[in-house]
Design a binder for this molecule. Structure first.
Ligand code: ATP
Ligand code: MG
Ligand code: MG
Ligand code: MG
Length: 480
């Protein structure tokens, strides 16, 4: 079954259960000071849970664009290294606002996975909240699961995995996760699958989280029962596709394969032959999605806040491709049309903004590639010299030079350092950054979003930004 059909079946199923299908909210959050990017399907319904917004529809379902690269959920380090965490991913979700609760949520999840999609039930596990001093074990969920699963495949989980809280205060409650064991049969016999759930085996993974919101945590930490209970679920679309398409990696599904194959073709590499090459290909395939959707929504790479997160992600991809795929010229922008072919049917924004996305990505690639090789050389030198001195630290002023002169985001410096067993002196970096900021504050105060990338000390900034009202490329002139 193709990914597009899998998504559609999810939506059709919940429509048949009287849910209103709503569009994804934007991935880049514009009006919430506490959140830069949507990181879960429930974000757009937050005010309903907080009782701050009226309930328009009591049952809702959608596929939400999510990004987990900052704050509470930051999966960036895993991306590309493992095969099931992405920066941007789709979260399929169904909600009950004061309507149905555990019984239906569990029954429908099972019906969809087993009866509709046909997943093998003997490979499914559920977790339930084991209980603590505050909240008893979720025996309700346990009893509902017992109708579908043998008891030894309903596993207790602790508060970290199985008690969901929105924040320090606010709505919260136990959750039940559904995991699937995708290991080969002979391997399954060797290890009891039960011990593996939630323990990072790449083929025993969580696919769906059902959250049962039944409490409110008041300031001071006290829990009170909510007068109305809610259901909030999230299922990783790419992981579901992996399970349904009989693959062992999200990247082997038709969500990613066209992009992977295009990268392999452009870089003259073969995917699946060498682990380091594969990681680099996966990183690029993953990151272009984040960058493309962000630009399509009007958030261009910049040196500020959300824009800087996007720039960091793109530069991370550029460097992986440069070092491990030998890509010295821009090519990532060429993946946008493939992305449009794979996801455009459901997300029209990529097609609509295709030219802009390509232009921006290409321009970003050009700008960073101009300084990347010199920056990497500097880093190599520094690492060699440090090794001679038996040191494993990249000094703060070196890190700052890489950042300021060569446009290396700090987390990229850190990543390259770690590859060599080094660490970065973050404190020293901050001191250097503060010093420079104090010195140049007046000069740059008019342009909050400006670009650090400079070609070898030349005084010209090579970059662009955009104005909120119309998305357009703006070249900045020299700032001295
Ligand atoms: P995991 O334990 O695998 O990191 P999670 O518990 O952090 O997942 P939830 O917050 O429960 O994830 O989100 C609901 C679902 O979204 C998960 O069950 C999973 O299928 C999917 N998901 C979560 N993070 C990612 C990611 N980075 N990339 C792809 N899918 C994800
Ligand atoms: Mg996680
Ligand atoms: Mg989890
Ligand atoms: Mg979870």
């Amino acid at each position: 079954m193709k990914a597009a059909q899998i998504r559609q079946q999810f939506l059709d199923f919940f429509e048949s259960k009287k849910h209103t299908i709503v569009p994804s909210a934007p991935m880049v959050v514009k009006d919430d000071p506490t959140l830069m990017f949507t990181n879960a399907g429930m974000n757009q319904f937050k005010d309903i849970f907080l009782d701050l917004a009226p309930i328009k529809h009591t049952r809702v379902a959608d596929s939400q664009k999510c990004l987990r690269v900052s704050g509470k959920h930051n999966d960036l380090e895993e991306v590309g290294v493992d095969t099931y965490h992405h920066t941007m991913f789709e979260m399929l979700g169904n909600w009950s606002f004061g309507d149905y609760f555990k019984k239906e949520a569990i029954a429908w999840a099972w019906e969809l996975l087993v009866d509709v999609y046909g997943l093998p039930e003997e490979r499914l596990y559920a977790t339930i909240f084991e209980g603590n001093q505050e909240v008893p074990r979720d025996t309700e969920a346990f009893d509902f699961w017992k109708q579908y699963l043998p008891e030894d495949r309903i596993i207790n989980g602790n508060a970290k995995d199985n008690f969901w809280e929105m924040g320090e205060t606010g709505p919260c409650g136990p959750c039940s996760e559904i995991h699937i064991d995708l290991r080969d049969d002979d391997e399954r016999e060797k290890v009891n699958g039960r011990d593996l759930v939630n323990q990072d085996h790449p083929l025993v993974i969580e696919i769906w989280n059902l959250v049962f919101i039944q409490f409110n945590r008041k300031s001071g930490g006290v829990l009170e029962k909510l007068p109305k209970t809610h259901v909030d679920t999230g299922m990783g679309f790419e992981r579901l596709c992996m399970a349904l398409q009989g693959k062992k990696s999200n990247y082997d599904t038709d969500v990613f394969q066209p992009i992977i194959q295009r990268i392999a073709q452009l870089s003259n590499k073969e995917y699946g032959k060498d682990e380091q090459t594969d990681i680099a290909i996966r990183v690029v395939a993953d990151h272009i999605r984040t960058v493309a959707f962000s630009i399509a929504e009007g958030q261009l790479p910049s040196n500020n806040k959300a824009g800087y997160v996007i720039r960091r992600i793109l530069r991370r991809a550029i460097r992986y491709a440069y070092t491990f795929l030998g890509m010295k010229e821009p090519f990532i922008y060429e993946l946008v049309s493939v992305l449009d072919e794979t996801l455009g049917g459901h997300f029209e924004e990529i097609g609509k903004q295709k030219t802009l996305i390509e232009q921006v990505v290409k321009e970003e690639e050009n700008a960073f590639l101009r300084t990347l090789s010199n920056g990497l050389k500097l880093m190599d030198d520094v690492i060699q010299k440090a090794k001679n001195k038996d040191s494993k630290i990249i000094e703060g002023d070196v890190a700052f030079k890489l950042y300021d002169t060569y446009g290396f985001p700090l987390d990229l410096i850190d990543l390259i350092a770690r590859e060599q067993g080094f660490t970065v002196d973050n404190e020293g970096f901050n001191v250097a950054l503060e010093k420079q900021r104090a010195g140049s504050r007046t000069a740059i105060s008019e342009t909050d979003e400006w670009t650090f990338v400079r070609e070898n000390q030349a005084q010209e900034f090579i970059g662009y930004d955009y104005s909120e009202s119309k998305i357009e490329l703006v070249k900045y002139r020299t700032v001295t």
